[in-house]
Design a protein around this ligand. Structure first.
Ligand code: T1G
Length: 681
């Protein structure tokens, strides 16, 4: 292991520099280097104060998540932090990049914190199904007060340095390029001031007032009940902050440890830690050599200024990339650009961006009414009507316009991109970029690899995803690629179940209890029964409801009736339609599945389809299917996604359950169940 720490003494200031790529995670070797470095400075009388700083891209980004689930090895993080906090000499944390989790907790046991303006600090453990387990739940409330501490820890969002200074999370800002020098100067100023050393743990000023506000915690719980539903960590954080306010420090820390230990062994935390790595793994393409070149994307063309085309365009404008936006008519173009402007102005009205930023982004749009305007684009994304003939016509014409080396992408949700590529003279340049609506919000980007798509086109698309703030998942060509393919199975199973006698509300209740924000029928009523076609011609419940003019919340109700506040109630009309269609299918043995049965009937088939997607080579790895479902369909992240969840349930049970439903499990699923292996562990 290369040396990761260096110690220097400059005019009485001991500077300890840690450099452990990629993010200075507080793994065992880093903790050892910290313990040794601080012990040496403590014993050296020429050292009057200490500056702790990191090399590389960031201050410590937290505990080493890969160590979780393994027995702790001394020096543990708590041991190291206790030794730093006990220092008789002032310790200054010099922060750049992202001081997160245990990294920020480490800075809180230092006496002072100085950061560069571009730095961010925070306690994002909640995203891992955890709480800050190295004193953060006890020290942060002593710095910013319990209310703000609750917000910071349950939301898990990093706090930019200037805001952190305002809140008292840091004590000073350094120059962007002079952190080390400024931190040393700050240490000298601390010595010159000669103030008694203050430890965060001893501060009372921010928590004493909260002792007279017991309602603070009840109010916070009530205000966040919906957001916290299904998660364990947020409630544990509230309990820990209550302890910070009501208990002496050391007892509060003990309470924090107790709560942390409960969380770290929970399935929810294992699921969220799985997802943390899965989201990063999905960007890696094993059969693409690291040396594969990526093509420069400096100007983009988008064909179609409708809902998808407009949302796709915004992603590039947000990244400062100019877009030539092509529509068939001026009216359609004006409408599309108007929607983009309104979206930005809504964000500006909420203070999320300035009017100048709105104008700067709008200025990056070059409207056009002809494909010829795309001649200079490095990448063109087609986002028109989901019809193969329409797309083939556009690609055939685009092929004659686009410059050599341009990437030609389609946003199709389902269609075969090889059939689209076949009408061009450059199938190696054709790729699928499947965005999810609303395209400027949803973080999933399915990159669809055609039979002849070139490696550098794939590498460029995967890299571009990160540039525009998306998480890429690579898919081969099949109907629906990954997310739509596996989640369509859930819709079909739900349609079948209500014909067997389960009510839409019973199905929706079971799926929301599982953790989804809403069930399949609530979703259909929200989106509109006429929007998502199932493509079948035979009579169906949905077809009959649409024929009755029942399009969902937007018109006359759908599977539910709605009052003028859009509150749903069971619909006798929908029940009648369901009975008629059931009779038509000769179904007369109604069942009344309980919630677990509903979950098994809707989600085991999704796992089965995921196994097929894997064995067909459509997805590279099982965790990619989890990423696609969590980001594309809001599959509850605390289950880890369908494949991680299946491993939690146990694959033999999934296989048996599918067979009870009359479904033959996928070969891969049977093999794994029989061999005792799994998808994601
Ligand atoms: N542990 C181990 N590996 C980590 C890691 C961590 N904490 N953070 C990142 N990595 C790896 C990551 O898997 C990837 O690996 C590489 O570093 C680059 O990451 C006791 C219990 C810091 C904002 O939750 O948010 O402290 O794919 O691609 O986009 O209270 O990483 O290259 O092999 O994300 O520039 C709390 C998690 C931990 C922060 C940088 N800390 N990390 O983002 O790079 S729990 C966190 C991040 C804890 C204490 C508790 C981000 C980043 P590979 P990346 P990035």
């Amino acid at each position: 292991m290369a040396a990761i720490s260096t110690s220097t003494i400059e005019d009485g200031i001991g500077v300890l520099t840690l450099d452990s790529p990629p993010v200075n995670a507080l793994g065992l070797h880093v903790r050892r280097a910290l313990a040794d470095g601080f012990a040496a400075f403590a014993a050296d009388d020429t050292v009057k104060a200490v500056v702790l700083i990191c090399g590389g891209r960031t201050f410590f980004a937290g505990a080493d998540i890969t160590e979780f689930g393994k027995p702790p090895v001394e020096p543990t993080l708590l041991t190291v932090l206790d030794s730093i906090e006990a220092s008789a000499k002032p310790v200054i944390a010099a922060i750049h990049g992202t001081a997160l989790g245990g990294g920020f907790e480490l800075s809180l046991v230092c006496h002072y914190r100085i950061a560069v303006p571009s730095a961010k600090v925070g306690l994002p453990e909640v995203h891992l199904g955890l709480l800050p387990g190295a004193g953060g739940t006890q020290r942060l409330p002593r710095v910013v007060g319990p209310q703000i501490a609750l917000e910071i820890m349950t939301k898990g969002t990093p706090v930019p340095a200037r805001k952190a200074l305002e809140l008292g999370m840091i004590d000073a800002l350094a120059g962007e390029d002079s952190l080390r020098a400024d931190a040393i100067a700050y240490a000298h100023s601390v010595l010159a001031a000669g103030e008694p050393l203050r430890r965060v743990r001893d501060r009372e000023d921010k928590i004493a007032p909260a002792r007279a506000q017991p309602e603070l915690f009840a109010d916070f719980r009530k205000a966040n009940a919906r957001a916290f539903r299904g998660f364990k960590a947020p409630e544990a954080i509230v309990k820990a902050v209550e302890a910070a306010v009501t208990l002496p420090f050391d007892q509060g820390v003990a309470r924090e440890r107790e709560l942390f230990r409960e969380l770290v062994v929970s399935t929810e935390s294992a699921a969220q830690r799985h997802y943390f790595f899965a989201e990063r793994e999905s960007a890696k393409v094993p059969d693409l050599p690291k040396s594969t070149a990526t093509l420069p994307i400096t100007t983009v063309g988008v064909i179609g200024a409708g809902t998808m085309g407009g949302g796709i365009t915004m992603n590039f404008l947000n990244a400062g990339i100019s877009v030539t936006l092509v529509e068939m008519t001026q009216a359609a173009l004006d409408r599309g650009i108007g929607v983009i402007r309104r979206n930005y102005e809504t964000s500006a009205a909420k203070g999320r961006m300035t009017s100048a930023q709105v104008e700067a982004r709008m200025a990056l749009i070059a409207p056009a009414l002809t494909l010829d305007a795309l001649a200079g684009a490095d990448l063109v994304i087609e986002a028109v009507f989901e019809d193969m003939a329409v797309k083939q016509d556009i690609f055939a014409r685009l092929d004659t316009v686009a410059k050599p080396g341009a990437i030609l992408a389609t946003n199709t949700s389902y269609l075969d991109i090889d059939a689209i590529a076949a009408v061009t003279s450059r199938p190696e340049a054709v790729v699928g970029l499947h965005f999810f609506s609303p395209a400027n919000v949803m973080r999933l980007l399915e990159v669809v690899r055609g039979a002849r798509t070139a490696p550098e086109v794939i590498a460029t698309a995967m890299n571009l995803a990160k540039v525009i703030g998306k998480v890429p998942v690579l898919a081969r060509v099949c109907h629906g690629f990954i997310a739509n393919r596996v989640m369509t199975v859930r819709g079909r199973a739900a349609d079948a179940l209500i014909l067997r006698g389960a009510s839409p509300q019973a199905v929706d209740a079971a799926i929301t209890a599982y953790g989804f924000a809403m069930g399949p029928f609530q979703m259909l009523d929200l989106v509109g029964l006429d929007v998502i076609g199932r493509g079948s011609t035979e009579r169906s419940v949905r077809g009959d409801l649409v024929a009755l003019g029942r399009l969902g919340q937007k018109q006359n109700g759908g599977y539910y009736d709605y009052d003028d506040q859009r509150r749903p109630t069971p619909s006798p009309v929908a029940a009648q339609v369901i009975a008629e269609i059931a009779a038509l299918h000769g179904i007369n043995a109604p069942i009344s599945p309980d919630a677990d049965d509903v979950v098994a009937r809707l989600l085991y088939p999704v796992v089965n389809e995921g196994a097929k997607v894997l064995e067909e080579g459509i997805a590279i790895r099982a965790s990619d299917i989890d990423v696609a479902c969590i980001l594309g369909y809001n599959w509850p992240v605390f289950t880890g996604g369908p494949m991680f969840w299946a491993d939690t349930v146990g694959l033999p049970q999934i296989v048996a359950g599918l067979r009870e439903q009359g479904i033959e499990p996928a070969r891969l699923l049977i093999e794994k169940a029989q061999s005792g292996t799994n998808f994601t562990r």
